[in-house]
Unconditional design. Sequence first.
Length: 181
Amino acid sequence: MNRKSLMFAVVALVAAGWASTVTAATANGPICETSAWVNSTTYYNCNGGSHTALDIGNGTCNEWNHRGMLVGNYYYSYAGGCAAACNGSTCNGGAGNYYTVTGGSGWNFRQLHFINNVSSGSKTCDRCALGLVGGTGSATGPHSHSDNRNGTTRHSAWYTNVGTTCGSSGYCNNRVGVPTL
Ligand SMILES: [Zn+2]
């Protein structure tokens, strides 16, 4: 191996190392109202079909800020364009208005279904307002859906590892999960 190819190998290894770096991020509840609670986890409505994500609601629609859940500064990429809805639509393939935070090695974290307001748009922030609690996309009532995926596969460890179950608090000061990013 000559000097030039050795340097290339070192650069490639460093690049591969960076690309595979993943970290555990703390996620707090998305709604700053003490009545916010977890109403779906691995199964819809706690005992229905497979869901593998957290749905957190406060029982009301189009009110209170739907907040970024990750503690610390993260880039929230916005996908909007859905009209206000409290009980579902087909907008954005059922995701409604949503945000994605992209991590390493294919991991991402999403928050779905909110109603956009003046706070909505791509941005880097720490638990800032993303929109209002809503039901845009495939939702049977106003809530915040959050999932931690690798590619498009949802994983459950991020909330099961910290003991979040149906009925847990979804208040914005309480930790609900530790997603991989
Ligand atoms: Zn959901």
